[in-house]
Design a protein around this ligand. Structure first.
Ligand code: CA2
Length: 146
């Protein structure tokens, strides 16, 4: 079992910490990567954090994870609510998949209440801010770590 965890991020999440801090906070993807790497170290897990604004690229990374990774933490951004293709790709991955949403999507617009990805996710962190990523990593550590 690979000790590498893919942390995948969808569209617009490259703007974290730079726009709309009232919804998404002040931390950047680099801060999230650092926090997740710290948790990973506790459990002997490595992390690879990736972000793309393109659905096909995220699908390609999920396929890559099939060969390279023991688990996936994913915030698919708005593709959460639209992408059967990302769900299909995740269904080909055998390890644990945890879904993260920084905001509490169930307090927001109705179109954010349904997640295609949740049909596959083994756990979902919603509304814990960027801390949701590290919490998902901690659970990954319990399942896959030393
Ligand atoms: O709460 C989340 O993490 C979301 O996945 C974020 C998506 C949104 O479409 C989902 O409904 C919930 C949007 C990501 C946009 O990220 C930004 C970050 C900073 C500034 C602007 C956008």
């Amino acid at each position: 079992m690979s000790k590498l965890i893919y942390i995948l991020n969808g569209p617009n999440l490259n703007l974290l910490g730079k726009r709309q801090p009232e919804i998404y906070g002040h931390d950047t993807l680099a801060d999230i990567e650092r926090d997740c790497a710290r948790v990973g170290e506790e459990f002997g897990l490595d992390v690879r954090l990736l972000q793309s604004n393109h659905e096909g690229q995220i699908i390609d990374w999920i396929h890559e994870a099939r060969e390279q990774a023991g688990g996936i933490v994913i915030n698919p951004g708005a593709f959460t609510h639209t992408s059967i293709a990302i769900l299909d790709a995740l269904n080909t991955f055998e390890g644990p998949v945890f879904e993260v949403h920084i905001s509490q999507v169930h307090k927001r617009e109705a179109f954010r209440h349904h997640s295609y990805v949740s049909h596959r996710s083994d756990g979902v962190m919603v509304g814990f801010g960027v801390e949701g990523y590290a919490l998902a990593m901690r659970r990954m550590g319990s399942l896959l770590g030393k």
